[in-house]
Design a protein around this ligand. Structure first.
Ligand SMILES: Nc1ncnc2c1ncn2[C@@H]1O[C@H](COP(=O)(O)OP(=O)(O)OP(=O)(O)O)[C@@H](O)[C@H]1O
Length: 825
């Protein structure tokens, strides 16, 4: 099979039919025999168990042998014979059951028998996948199977690469794998990319590709394709919507649903559990789980890229002892590929991902799939959990459910035949990482910003969920959730209620429904809706609602306002244009009330209509002027003691003379008296002289005191020496603390011994940095009580050991005896 990248040529002079007739002639015997065998293939009895039972070409047989595929899976044994005979197929089978080969083998075989090969033949098969990663994976399987003698030119178009280089190769492709957006881009823009003779269209993860997020692109692609073609649709959660099938113009499709009669919609080898976990305990629970499973390969799913980034960055800082990776649609293509390859190769690792990794990805030997954020529907659950227990291997799925999500989600899972069982987290083995997060966020504003973003995005996604019986924003304790992320308070989110915003809500919901797939196609969409160029600094200042950078931003805006002497909303938001974007959002982050000490006037520009003074006037006790306040909260704030002090008269300092009369600290002398004393310059000189004498006198006294102190110290030292204490020859210890003897030894040796010793224990201890004390770390999740006891007795032994004298490594028998005696003593 040829690789993409061959430079393009003009369209062939001879017709495609002539070309294929020529090829057919060349391999006459082979293809005719195959055609006959396929025509005779019995599709009803389902007796084909091995690939060798099928009439396949020699190159395909070689490819299967090289990959050690011999026995077919259920979906393969049912779908491949039908597809070889040219039927349209709607294939549904559980995750990890081998659907990829079910369409790759027919693609290779059907094109082979037609001898649809060579640059003159044009595109023969188009395989569409919802994500780039899955497209790459399919392409790899295709190359692996096809490289043993097939002559097709195959290509991969997924975006993120130069359009031009793809263009040149495209015109010569026979098989193409890609994502909808990029395929459409080429169909509409690449001259010479011919699909008139397309024989096969394959949609992997068909339900996803056919749903709303890709609807427009897929419909447009279909417009370009010939109606006479074979269409294969595969997914683990197949939709049979008539409207979809009509869109794809399927002809008498065969429904191949191999696991429809099964009790469960998920693999038998998959153990599925859920835990009840309030929102605010998610991170503690996840951290504790990871700590207890450091040798495992884990995929953790979250609902947004922001949450993935925050959890990844914060957990990384805390050094969990297992390699962490993260994957989401906002990463650059190179990084995404890198992460996928690393995780595939890793024996143990923890991958934090959005649903971009939920479908089709075939990571080997994943032990756990943790759904930290509840999936929006059961199909998403099935695809996520399907990253483990693939092809008869074992695996475990754990779903985190907030108490309010439990009933609704369980009902839906049951209705779709997904058996999940409740398990409990052993509370005493759960660690709290809240104080560590607080500390990290305090030190690192970027991390704090990420936490805020994660909070806002999560809240937003819950609010926009369609299924209110599972996701109801009122049921979550958002303050506690913010605190669990290490935030000092929940960023305020304002839910707009007017009609206009409801429409926007509809739009943003649609975008949210395809959060990651749209990332895949985002490049295309972004290009379609040309936006003004925004710099890094524009983006930084857009963070105005997030505390971080907000002050600087507000100062800029305030200056602006001062200049114009106006403080209405338009001016405020218009300053960067960024807040306009916020307004366009369905939900906006409410600006926060300033903390004590912040400028009051910053608030003014933030009110919805502050062109006219609003609110009531209050007279604060001791304040020189009345103040205008527009909210009860601010009034309360102003009346607080601290504020009162700010507005109250500061008072005057007075001194009293011997007769008890009060005077100002600095009083001007009577002018006549002053003149009577002589000329001002003379008086000044006299004053300087007098001051100089006072200073000289004080100097003599200071020196005498210092000398006495030195003598006293010397005396004390000699006394100590006499008493037999070791005294250093060096400088005196000013604090009178313990002196370090200059013995020429490594002074840190003892401390090191301790440190090395405690290193053994380091896994069992975390440092509570706020309190500066070592606290015991919670035990592992699955640790039994006997293990606990063993551990504590070990500690006791070690505790005793630490009192033992530090002895140098024994070299002789005498040394050893001395050491033993010391230890016994
Ligand atoms: N006949 C076979 N013999 C041995 N291994 C197979 C066979 N068919 C597929 N596999 C292996 O099973 C694993 C899962 O296959 P595949 O990725 O095609 O599953 P899938 O059904 O497409 O899963 P998903 O629904 O998650 O996309 C792969 O590692 C693949 O190599």
């Amino acid at each position: 099979m040829g690789a993409p990248g061959i430079t393009g040529r003009t369209r062939p002079t001879k017709t495609k039919k002539q070309a294929s007739a020529q090829k057919r002639k060349r391999e006459d015997v082979d293809t005719e025999k195959l055609e006959q065998a396929v025509a005779e293939l019995d599709i009803k009895n389902g007796a084909h168990k091995d690939f060798s039972d099928l009439p396949l070409s020699e190159p395909t047989k070689q490819g299967l042998k090289a990959s050690h595929f011999s026995v077919m899976t259920d979906i393969q044994s049912k779908a491949i014979p039908l597809a070889l005979k040219g039927h349209d197929i709607l294939g549904a089978a559980k995750t990890g059951s081998g659907k990829t080969l079910s369409f790759i083998i027919p693609v290779l075989e059907n094109l082979y028998r037609l001898q649809h090969v060579g640059s003159d033949a044009g595109l023969g098969a188009l395989i569409i996948s919802p994500t780039r990663e899955l497209a790459i994976q399919i392409f790899e399987v295709l190359c692996k199977l096809g490289k043993h003698g097939h002559m097709f030119a195959a290509g991969l178009v997924i975006g993120g690469k130069s359009l031009e280089s793809e263009r040149q190769a495209l015109t010569r492709m026979n098989i193409l794998v890609g994502t909808p957006g990029r395929i459409l881009q080429h169909l509409s823009q690449t001259v010479g990319f011919m699909v008139d003779d397309l024989k096969m269209l394959v949609l992997d993860e068909a339900d996803r590709i056919l749903d709303m997020g890709f609807q427009r692109d897929v419909d447009a692609i279909i417009e370009y394709l010939p109606k006479e073609r074979q269409t294969l649709l595969f997914s683990a959660t197949q939709s049979k919507k008539v409207s979809d099938l009509a869109r794809l113009s399927l002809q008498d499709p065969e429904y191949v649903s191999v696991h429809a009669e099964d009790k469960s919609a998920t693999p038998k080898t998959l153990q599925q559990n859920y835990i009840l976990c309030p929102l605010e305990e998610k991170l503690d629970t996840l951290w504790s789980f990871i700590q207890a499973s450091k040798k495992s390969k884990i995929v953790c799913f979250f609902s947004s890229a922001k949450t993935v980034r925050f959890v990844y960055e914060s957990f990384r800082h805390m050094q969990p002892g297992i390699s962490l990776l993260h994957l989401h649609g906002r990463q650059k293509q190179g990084a995404r590929l890198d992460v996928t390859a690393k995780f595939a190769a890793a024996k143990s690792a923890c991958l934090f991902a959005t649903d971009v990794a939920a479908r089709g990805l075939d990571f080997p030997a994943v032990d756990f799939v943790i759904q930290v954020d509840c999936p929006e529907d059961v199909d998403t659950y099935i695809h996520r959990v399907g990253r483990t227990a693939r092809y008869n291997r074992e695996g475990r799925g754990i779903l985190f459910l907030a108490p309010s999500e439990e009933e609704g989600m369980l009902q839906r899972l049951e209705a779709k035949k997904v058996p999940v069982e409740l398990i409990n987290v052993r509370q005493k083995k759960k660690q709290s990482i809240k104080s560590q997060l607080v500390h990290m966020l305090f030190k690192d504003p970027e991390l704090k910003y990420l936490a805020q973003k994660a909070f806002v995005t999560y809240t937003k996604s819950i609010y926009l969920q369609r299924n209110k019986s599972i996701f109801n924003i009122k049921n979550y304790d958002l303050e506690a959730y913010a605190a669990s992320l290490g935030l000092p308070g929940a960023p305020k989110i304002k839910f707009l209620k007017d009609d206009a915003s409801k429409q926007k809500k509809q739009q943003s919901r649609q975008q949210l429904e395809v959060p990651e797939s749209s990332d895949d196609e985002a490049d295309q969409l972004e290009k379609k809706t040309a936006k003004p160029v925004r710099t890094k600094y524009d983006r930084m200042f857009e963070r105005q609602n997030q505390d971080v950078l907000a002050d600087h931003y507000k100062k800029l805006v305030k200056d602006d306002d001062d200049d114009k002497n106006t403080r209405d909303e338009d001016d405020f938001t218009g300053a960067t244009g960024a807040t306009k974007a916020d307004d366009d959002d369905f939900m906006t982050v409410k600006r926060r009330i300033p903390a004590d000490g912040e400028e009051e006037d910053q608030q003014e520009g933030q009110d919805e209509d502050s062109t006219a003074p609003r609110g009531k006037m209050i007279h604060l006790q001791g304040a020189s002027q009345p103040l205008i306040v527009d909210s009860n909260r601010r009034e309360k704030l102003l009346k607080s003691k601290k504020k009162l002090l700010k507005y109250m008269d500061k008072g005057r300092k007075l001194v009293y003379d011997e007769d008890g009369n009060a005077h100002e600290v600095y009083e001007l002398e009577n002018e006549d008296d002053f003149r009577a004393k002589g000329l001002p310059e003379e008086q000044r000189q006299k004053f300087i002289e007098a001051a100089r004498e006072v200073v000289a006198q004080a100097d003599v006294e200071d020196k005498a005191t210092a000398k006495a102190k030195r003598k006293e110290k010397l005396r004390k030292r000699k006394e100590r020496e006499r008493a037999g204490h070791e005294v250093s020859d060096g400088e005196d210890d000013e604090d009178g603390g313990v002196q370090i003897p200059d013995t020429g030894e490594d002074l840190l040796a003892n401390f090191r011994a301790d440190a090395e010793y405690s290193d053994d224990e380091s896994e069992a201890e975390i440092v509570d940095e706020d309190e500066g004390k070592n606290k015991k770390k919670a035990k592992k999740w699955f640790q039994s009580d006997s293990e606990d006891e063993e551990r504590s007795s070990k500690k006791r032994r070690k505790g005793k050991k630490s009192n033992a004298p530090v002895v140098q490594e024994p070299e002789t028998l005498e040394d050893m005896e001395a050491l033993a005696a010391g230890l016994l003593g």
